[in-house]
Design a protein around this ligand. Structure first.
Ligand SMILES: Nc1ncnc2c1ncn2[C@@H]1O[C@H](COP(=O)(O)OP(=O)(O)OP(=O)(O)O)[C@@H](O)[C@H]1O
Ligand SMILES: [Mg+2]
Length: 281
């Protein structure tokens, strides 16, 4: 049975899509049958994989089918890698007045025990969900549908408030929606400029603040002790935005154009090892 990892941060542009797509690429290359779900109406992950989101509206690939309890087809990307694409209609549906709207993604992914339907995770080893920011229904839905949560963080003053808010919202939702098994897998600093003073200071501060908050909330499950939650950092490198701009997964871009940046892939491999280890516990 597949494990579902939600990638969340309320703040925009902190690296959710970068991380979700790179992890999906990393796991699929290791032979895990991996599904990436784009649960952001801006559809960045769908764009990154080379598709026009609006082409899927009203088709069997339309993610909003989940709100009518109809199936959504995955798109085959490459060996072991599949995508549930997004489109701009997602937000309208997710934020409609429909009661229980936060549960539709979970029913689709995890199955619905009332109707006895199986979730799509049964067909995969790993499901990664790229969330929309903003702290709204889409983000809440990703939390409800996930077994594990990873929070990418950009260590700057502006983004720090966003990260604290993300954690606060997560804790609130665990209570409201009774997500007793949801486990915080870790934080990853993204686009981390280790040569500048501010990010280094902000990162050190977060490494104290976040574990303190987590330790004070007894019902928040973590994969490792709170001060060990920080996964290896992804440093600021131009290759990330170049891969993004060329609609290519980071592995494909580096292997095709910039083999001298292979150390980035080694860091991703290291992150992948740690995540797999943490999910076994
Ligand atoms: N390590 C890195 N070095 C340099 N640039 C990076 C790095 N990681 C991510 N970026 C760039 O940061 C930008 C924002 O990242 P991304 O789109 O993943 O954020 P997001 O949280 O998904 O944003 P949104 O909230 O809009 O969905 C992208 O242009 C990406 O290429
Ligand atoms: Mg994104």
């Amino acid at each position: 049975m597949g494990k579902v990892i939600g990638v969340i941060n309320t703040k925009g542009g902190v690296g959710k899509t970068t991380l979700a797509t790179s992890l999906a690429s990393e796991f699929s290359r290791r032979g895990y049958k991996t599904l990436l779900i784009d649960y952001d109406s801006q559809s960045s992950a769908t764009h990154l994989l080379g598709f026009y989101p609006e082409d899927f509206i009203g088709t069997e690939f339309d993610i909003t089918n989940i709100f009518r309890e109809e199936p959504v087809k995955e798109i085959y990307i490459k060996e072991n890698l599949y995508l549930i694409a997004s489109n701009s209609k997602l937000k309208e549906y997710a934020e409609s007045g429909k009661s229980g709207k936060e549960y539709y993604l979970s029913d689709f992914v995890q199955g619905n025990y009332i109707e006895g339907s199986k979730g799509i995770k049964e067909e995969y080893d790993i499901v990664i969900i790229d969330s929309e920011g903003g702290g709204g229904t889409l983000e809440t839905s990703v939390q409800i549908a996930s077994d594990y949560i990873i929070i990418p963080i950009r260590p700057t003053i502006l983004d720090e408030t966003g990260t604290l808010l993300t954690l606060k919202k997560l804790i609130e939702n665990i209570k409201i929606f009774k997500l007793k098994d949801l486990t915080l897998l870790g934080f990853i600093a993204i686009d981390f400029d280790k040569r500048a003073k501010e990010p280094l200071e902000r990162y050190s501060a977060l490494k104290v603040e976040l574990p303190e908050i987590i330790s004070s909330v007894k019902f928040l499950k973590t994969s490792v002790p709170p001060d060990e939650l920080f996964l290896p950092e992804l440093y600021r490198r131009a290759v990330w935005s170049k891969a993004f701009a060329n609609n290519m997964l980071i592995h494909d871009y580096i292997e095709k154009y910039e083999t001298y940046n292979k150390d980035v892939l080694l860091t991703l491999e290291n992150i992948g090892n740690k995540i797999l280890e943490r999910m076994k516990r």
